[in-house]
Design a protein around this ligand. Structure first.
Ligand code: MCN
Length: 729
């Protein structure tokens, strides 16, 4: 059995030997490069873009502006400035030239005539609607209330009430590889090589904008150096590059520089929660009231993040009365969208802060307080309609509690020595396997080797290895004989991609079902070759056996018989097909859960450090504990970054102050730490292989545990993240 084993990643050899091929490694004869001229002001009336001098610059072939190329990359998005500039960094013109340096030089000759308008940067200012982020529009682009019970009277009937503003800063989804794309127009068709999480989704969007200009569009995912949610939806540059290739009939490439990526890749998080929460003396929560302000930036496609945050806010606890008022506001900033966790880290940060602060208020131990309010019987529908299908929250919390008590004891010892130390625990419920479905094909080739094509588009997670484990087990073949490939709209019909911690469960189960169909095909073919009745045959350990006669034929032999004898006739009454495709979707999303425990210290300068860290998860069946653990380790590093370092800061005019990695703090190996990870397998999904996702869990569990540990270390309440060093002094 491979499932459950720590199989080494099949993907790694090419990367560790420098053989990976990212978009910028790809080239074709005649390729031209594209430079985007971006706005340096955050809000302005755009009067004229004069490209005449730039066009004369030697080596320039074409210049595209918002006046000449109109498209909608997302509903209500504003991809290229036309009449109004909405944020610093918004594309104004695209120069296509023989290389990126010539294009950049020529762009300097473009004359942009604009009249500056007042900006609104702070989302709370935006809510007042005094300065408009977009002329003629209400700043509140989205408004919704989620409610169950009667939160107002619940608060009134509380013995203790806390009232806090919790700010979750905007962050930059810092993939190692900035975004990039190369489009090739040939014989009426377009091939797009992209750094993306979903080639199929990109094809769909590009076709809707450019379908009348091309025969077909094929999207190929180049090796993608991380994405963290930010490369799921197509961007203005993808459309512009594709269009540039069509009109010049030549390959065109665009690669973002790091600082360009930081200004133009959708930012993540950006939520403010004004909460009121109450509890009774006996430690039962009475109500939560939350005004959630989503800082949408200059587009409104991020509203679903507030919906997720609102509906997941009750998390693992029985909250009888809850009301969340959501306000999605426009600001003159880079548009917001998903970043690893997408709405759930925000919800869990807020609820777990509420749990700790209410416990403090009541002078009850925080774990005891959690236990008194924990959902203890699953399945359970939360008050806002989310169905938690399976699991045992209490026993996982108890396991984490043992570690917490130990960390607390160590923190106490350190405090006695005068060191500022603290321990923190968070309990989280996650929502993943966002659908609707995923596809996979399993093909047995003439040499008995198995090729699996999945619709998911992994880019660092290692799903190719885990899915090879699943198929190898199902077909009873060695894992080395199974290759998993993905990332090309021409090699698999319809698909979605990798996001929402779904690839293992949805694509993995699709591959499992396809492999089962292949076993049926193998039996039907074996019946012909063994001259048996198909009902008599069994598929076991990579061969088809007739238990009555003891006769058998291996999968490899079947594949060879199917493909041999060039020129001969096919003398059998069975289609010679040893491949199948399956699609798999589930009725509902899945809800794994876990707990994180941190032991932290803070020195006199305010520098925080984690001394010990523990995480435990229940994600149903764990396919490859090493891969899952890798996801947890990476997620913890990102969660720690978000808790203590990462913050996209704008000045009041809308200039991004943290616009390069010199200013934007990211955890390096100096700030990260070891993580002990465990799992239990209790809460299964109802998929044939009953897994749930782990790709985002740790970004959700980490911040509240880390922040609590720091709060205990400094003895001062912390309600926002990142917590800056000056606050920790
Ligand atoms: N796994 C497992 N058993 C399970 C579930 C998962 O062994 N029950 C393993 C899988 O085999 C896979 C990994 O854990 O290798 C994650 O699987 P899954 O939870 O299905 O998540 P996805 O593969 O769909 O990954 C998406 C998720 C998301 S949404 C973001 S954002 C994210 C993340 O993964 N971005 C990443 N992890 C990332 N890791 C890297 N290196 N780079 C990114 O951009």
């Amino acid at each position: 059995m491979y499932v459950g084993q720590r199989s080494k990643r099949k993907e790694d050899l090419k990367f560790i030997t420098g053989e990976g091929k990212y978009v910028d490694d790809l080239s074709l004869p005649g390729v031209q490069e594209l430079f985007i001229l971006r706005s340096n002001v955050a809000h302005a009336k755009l009067k004229k873009v004069d490209i005449s001098d730039a066009l004369k610059y030697p080596g320039v072939s074409v210049i595209i502006t918002g006046f000449t190329f109109k498209f909608e990359n997302r509903p209500n998005n504003f991809p290229m400035a036309k009449d109004e500039i909405l944020y610093a960094g918004q594309p104004i013109a695209a120069v296509i030239a023989k290389d990126r340096y010539v294009a950049a030089d020529a762009a300097e000759l473009i004359q942009v005539d604009y009249e500056e308008l007042p900006t609104v940067i702070d989302p709370e200012e935006s809510l007042k609607n005094e300065v408009k982020a977009i002329e003629g529009r209400d700043n509140v682009g989205y408004k919704k209330t989620y409610s169950a019970g009667d939160a107002e009277s619940g608060i009134k009937n509380s013995d203790v009430i806390i009232e806090e503003k919790m700010n979750i800063s905007r962050v930059y989804p810092a993939a190692m590889e900035p975004r990039g794309v190369m489009s090739v127009f040939q014989e009426g068709n377009l091939t797009v090589y992209a750094s993306t999480q979903s080639p199929h989704y990109m094809r769909k969007f590009l076709l809707s904008a450019l379908g009348n200009k091309v025969g077909d569009i094929r999207v190929i995912q180049a090796d993608t150096g991380g994405a963290f949610g930010s490369k799921l939806f197509p961007y203005a540059e993808d459309f512009i590059t594709a269009y540039a290739s069509i009109i010049t009939k030549r390959p065109v490439k665009w690669i973002a520089t790091r600082s360009e990526d930081m200004r133009s890749t959708y930012h993540g998080r950006g939520q403010i929660h004004h909460i009121k929460a109450g509890a009774r003396k006996d430690g039962s929560i009475t109500a939560i009231l939350d005004d959630l302000i989503l800082d949408m930036g200059a587009a409104s496609h991020s509203t679903y993040l507030a919906d997720i945050a609102a509906t997941m806010l009750p998390a693992a606890y029985k909250i009888p009365n809850i009301k969340v008022n959501v306000y999605g506001v426009y600001t003159n900033k880079t548009p917001l969208d998903q970043y690893r966790g997408a709405g759930r880290p925000e919800a869990i940060f807020v609820i777990e802060r509420i749990m700790d602060l209410l416990a403090d208020e009541l002078k009850i131990d925080p774990i005891e307080f959690r236990k008194r309010n924990l959902v203890t019987s699953l399945p359970y529908k939360n008050p806002l309609g989310i169905n938690f299908e399976s699991g045992d929250f209490m026993s996982l919390l108890q396991k984490a509690e043992h570690v917490y008590r130990e960390f607390e004891r160590r923190a106490e010892e350190l405090r006695l020595k005068g060191i500022r130390a603290g321990a923190g625990l968070s309990f989280y419920v996650e929502e993943n396997n966002f659908g609707p479905w995923e596809s996979a094909s399993v093909r047995v080739r003439g040499d008995g080797k198995v090729l699996v094509v999945i619709g998911a588009a992994p880019h660092g997670q290692g799903a190719g290895t885990a899915i090879a484990q699943i198929v190898a087990d199902e077909l009873g073949v060695p894992i080395d004989d199974v290759d998993v490939i993905w990332g090309d709209t021409a090699i698999i019909g319809e698909a979605f991609g990798t996001y929402g911690s779904r690839s293992l469960t949805l694509a993995g189960n699709a591959a499992l079902l396809a492999a089962r169909k292949v076993k049926e095909r193998a039996k039907r073919l074996a019946a012909q070759f063994l001259k048996s009745d198909v009902q008599e045959l069994e598929y076991t350990d990579g061969r088809v056996v007739n238990p009555k006669t003891g006769q058998y034929i291996t999968l490899k032999d079947i594949s060879q018989k199917v493909t041999a004898n060039l020129g001969g006739a096919w003398a059998y009454k069975e289609e010679p097909r040893l491949e199948s495709t399956a699609y798999f979707g589930m009725e509902d999303l899945t809800h794994p859960y876990g707990a994180h425990v941190a032991l932290a210290v803070v020195d006199e300068s305010g520098k925080p450090k984690i001394l010990d860290y523990y995480a435990i998860d229940d994600i149903g069946r764990v396919i490859n504990p090493m891969l899952a653990e890798g996801q947890v380790r990476g997620g913890v590093a990102q969660g720690w970054g978000e808790s203590t370092l990462e913050e996209m800061v704008y000045d009041e005019n809308g200039n991004l102050i943290t616009g390069s990695l010199a200013e934007y703090g990211m955890p390096t190996s100096m700030e990260t730490f070891n993580v002990k990870w465990e799992f239990i397998e209790v809460g299964f999904s109802n998929a044939p292989l009953p897994s749930k996702g782990i790709g985002e869990g740790a970004t959700i569990g980490t911040p509240p545990a880390a922040i609590r540990a720091l709060e205990k270390a400094i003895g001062k309440k912390i309600t926002s993240m990142p917590v800056r060093m000056e606050e920790l002094c």
